[in-house]
Design a protein around this ligand. Structure first.
Ligand code: ADE
Length: 226
């Protein structure tokens, strides 16, 4: 998989890809993440990527020309399955959307800033918009990092225990069950006996029961119970 992240603040997004699972996924050649500085596609000597809004009002708007020049350059090198603008108005990100995106080959995540992008970018240059939640961030970079992280960890081979992504919360519309590690008892707080019983079927049943219990009390909406 190849992910291009287009941003006017590249430093904001570099660190999540330079550590841990995302770093290892790139080192193993399972994913390539490129962070592209939109200012490299600016046309004036100040490297401007934004300008005042037509009609007035506070806040700058990201210009179409550097974005178009950047996307044209990227598209001359590969075919993209999706060019996604990160925006609070977009489709709400979910595990199901992460699963769908993890099957794609080439993606662009375009990060907005200031008051957002010129509307013609949204009309003509992108294929979709994603929001990570109903709140406004100062830019799309953190949202792009969230999406890239959730997608990359689903690529086969990225997690060392391949089954572990399948048992994540939300993967089957249930919240994950509680987990424990040593010691078996700490300050009198004991690990449930069943987990130390070695009885695989009973452990699976217990975990499923706990997932249901947790989902019912914390997220009844996932069970259609609200
Ligand atoms: N940019 C600003 N806020 C955002 C959000 N909630 N999701 C995605 N991109 C954003």
């Amino acid at each position: 998989m190849h992910i291009d992240i287009v941003t006017c603040l590249p430093r904001l997004i570099e660190s999540p890809f330079s550590d841990s699972i995302l770093k290892r996924a790139q080192a193993k050649g399972l994913v390539e993440v490129n962070i592209i500085d939109l200012r490299d596609y600016a046309t004036d000597k100040h490297k401007s990527v934004d300008d005042y809004a037509y009609g007035g009002g506070a806040g700058m708007v990201m210009m179409i020309e550097p974005i178009d020049r950047c996307l044209e350059d990227l598209k001359s090198k590969r075919h993209y399955d999706d060019i996604i603008y990160m925006s609070p108005d977009g489709e709400r990100f979910s595990q199901s959307l992460a699963n769908q995106l993890s099957l794609k080959k080439n993606l662009v995540l375009l990060c907005g800033h200031y008051k957002g992008v010129d509307e013609r970018v949204r009309q003509h240059l992108i294929t979709g918009e994603i929001s990570i939640g109903d709140y406004v961030l100062s830019g799309g970079e953190l949202a792009a990092a969230v999406v890239a992280d959730a997608v990359v960890r689903l690529i086969p081979g990225v997690l060392s225990d391949e089954t572990s992504a399948l048992s994540d919360s939300f993967q089957d519309d249930l919240i994950a069950p509680p987990v424990y590690t040593r010691p078996a008892e700490y300050k009198g707080w004991r690990v449930p006996d069943v987990l130390m019983s070695g009885h695989e079927k009973k452990i699976d049943e217990w975990r499923h029961e706990k997932s249901l219990e947790r989902t019912r009390s914390r997220r009844p909406d996932l069970l259609g119970e609200v």
